[in-house]
Design a protein around this ligand. Structure first.
Ligand code: ZN
Length: 621
């Protein structure tokens, strides 16, 4: 490690520690009281660092304001904290985090596993302070969903969302990739003992649906972090022994999940115990190529009287950014893989395997119970919307899983809502519909919208995404026939119903490159950094739930993404397209300037419906 930018000797000292004790580029260091008093191994020596922290500090990050630091190799380390069950003791947790940050510098994120909310009046009162904004979490905090029936009510929706400033609920389960490239898979709650599972539970089917898209990719090596509430069953095999009753602890499905996802770090809670398992291999020695090791860490609950460790600090360089040789370095104390514990040692029972071809059951089913149990509080599937029209537009009402919350006020875009301007509708599918954009930028500027109420693309279920895709293709061919290329954009900011804007740009006006450049340049002028994201990236993996964003997709498939920070010009997509460099219709940038009369709209739509019909897949049968 180069020391040219080292200002303080304590950094040098830490670097030496770091060199000795970290097994791969993630330097990890502990912050809370260790339970043991003997330090026989190098690993145990790490536990000393909390006491050294005030003296040595963890290094280079310190002198920078930026959330992430780049070391000499240009690697991006994400300074992370993981926490066990919070159980509503928010003040205790955040005071601790604040104290740590004061000493060790700002961390990038805090990941909470296990039960986050408490059920006592005190816990409720504490939560209200954060919810109302009277207090603010001192760090980006990501939490899992309910792990018991009692806390289900603390989550207004089954989907991930921002619950308070800086506190984001990830959702029941999923995968997200941070801007740094750090990939995190997560599963809330406990394995169900009955079918259908209660709202705070999951089944092995849910987990296989989570795993399939990841492991289906031949380049999949593993995830950076796995968050589960429950422990994986049998994780202690071949390793050090935890202080839990291993006869009853953990979930077999979580073990299976961890085996498939190969997380570099796996955190869990719920057992009121602290356990750091020795790192384990993900490959069979001499039979398979070396792979990275996994570390399982279980954390106790916040402020537990026995002073067991509940907070764990680590730096991690996203796998994506690591050299293969660096990634697969094997620490000395690595053990066999606990999940491949020889089956003859068990009672001949085979461990269940994921059937990756299995179809995911409609997610809505899973949340149905919630709506019943919560009375009117949650509008789940199977519940009719009040006061909605019973027009033709409702033909697939029953097919549409409605696990998402309904709009809080009138929505202009829910197809079943009385507010929707039905005369603008061009085509209706099973899950989506196409409409002429009101005050359209050009005569063929259209919107693809989900029929039900979804806020952003990130929230869509797979069948809605699929149909949206079909509409995109149909519009692309339609525009092509008109000699135009297709530009799509979405703004998930100050909009409550997803609108995918589709605008044709005549081929002879400009190239795809021109369009890309116009977006880049105009974003830059407004101090916004549009990021190019890989073509086949699922937006879900980049935008954590609840995060506002803007993205544009070009006809080449290239995608530009901007995570909206504080302010965002609402008409940005239109402004760029209307600009001189592209369509050169600057006066049309604002839709309010382009309003047509109802008669004009009706006339345009009639024409458009006829023109689009040959490209409409709904017309095929
Ligand atoms: Zn809506």
């Amino acid at each position: 490690m180069l020391l040219h930018n080292v200002k303080q000797w304590r950094v040098v000292v830490f670097s030496v520690f770091w060199g000795i004790y970290s097994d791969f580029s993630a330097a990890l260091f502990s912050l809370c009281a260790p339970t043991g008093s003997q330090y026989q191994t190098e690993r145990d020596f790490l536990l000393l660092i909390p006491y050294l922290l005030p003296v040595f500090g963890p290094g280079t990050r310190r002198d920078q304001d930026e959330a992430k630091c780049q070391d000499e190799d240009g690697e991006e380390r994400v300074a992370s904290l993981a926490c066990g069950d919070v159980e509503g003791r928010l003040n205790a947790l955040f005071n601790r985090v604040q104290a740590i940050q004061k000493k060790a510098g700002q961390f990038d994120l805090l990941l909470c596993v296990g039960e986050f909310f408490g059920t006592t009046p005190e816990a409720e009162a504490e939560w209200q302070q954060y919810k109302t904004g009277a207090k603010k979490a001192p760090i980006h905090t990501y939490i899992l969903g309910a792990a018991s029936q009692e806390t289900v009510k603390s989550f207004s929706s089954a989907d991930g969302c921002e619950l308070a400033d800086n506190i984001t609920y990830l959702g029941r389960r999923g995968v997200f990739t941070g801007v740094s490239g750090l990939q995190i898979a997560y599963v809330s709650g406990r394995e169900a003992l009955q079918d259908p599972p209660p709202a705070h539970c999951f089944t092995s089917k849910h987990l296989s649906a989570l795993v399939a898209p990841l492991t289906g990719n031949s380049k999949f090596r593993g995830v950076d972090i796995l968050l589960t509430s429950q422990w994986p069953r049998g994780v202690w095999h071949y390793g050090n022994t935890p202080e839990v009753n291993t006869k009853f602890c953990g979930s077999g499905s979580v073990a299976n999940l961890a085996d498939h996802l190969k997380p570099r770090y796996h955190f869990a809670a719920l057992e009121g115990a602290h356990y750091e398992r020795l790192p384990y291999r993900n490959h069979v020695v001499l039979q398979e190529n070396a792979q990275h090791v996994s570390r399982f860490i279980a954390l106790a609950s916040v402020n537990n009287p026995a002073k067991k460790k509940y907070l764990y600090a680590f730096n991690i360089v996203p796998m994506k950014a690591l050299e293969a040789s660096e990634l697969v370095k094997q620490p000395q104390d690595v053990t066999e893989n606990p999940y491949r514990f020889c089956s003859k040692d068990k009672t001949g029972k085979q461990r269940p395997s994921f059937n990756t071809t299995e179809e995911e059951e409609p997610a809505g089913q899973f949340f149905f119970d919630l709506s019943k149990k919560q009375g009117g509080g949650f509008r789940g599937r199977g519940r009719k919307r009040e006061g909605d029209g019973r027009g033709d537009f409702q033909r697939d009402e029953n097919k549409q899983p409605r696990r998402h919350p309904q709009p809080t006020g009138p929505c202009w875009f829910c197809l079943a809502s009385p507010q929707v301007e039905k005369h603008l509708v061009i085509s209706i599918g099973t899950h989506c519909y196409v409409a002429l954009a009101k005050g359209s930028l050009t005569p063929l500027h259209m919107l693809i919208l989900p029929i039900g109420h979804y806020q952003s693309v990130v929230e869509l279920s797979s069948e809605v995404v699929e149909e949206m895709e079909k509409y995109r293709e149909a519009l692309k061919s339609f525009y092509k026939s008109k000699g135009a290329r297709c530009v799509l954009f979405e703004r998930n900011y100050k909009s409550q119903h997803l609108q995918l804007q589709v605008v044709p740009v005549p081929l002879d006006r400009c190239t795809t490159e021109d369009i890309k450049e116009a977006f880049m340049v105009q974003a830059q002028e407004q101090q916004m950094e549009l990021m190019e994201i890989p073509q086949h990236t699922d937006l879900k993996q980049i935008a954590p739930p609840g995060v506002p964003y803007f993205y544009v997709e070009l006809d080449s498939g290239e995608k530009l993404y901007y995570r909206i920070q504080k302010h965002f010009p609402l008409q940005f997509g239109r402004e760029v397209l209307a600009s001189e460099a592209l369509l050169n219709i600057p006066t049309r940038a604002d839709w309010r300037e382009c309003k047509q009369t109802r008669e004009e709209e009706e006339e345009s739509c009639k024409q458009l419906r006829d023109d689009f019909q040959p490209y409409d897949f709904n017309m095929e049968d």
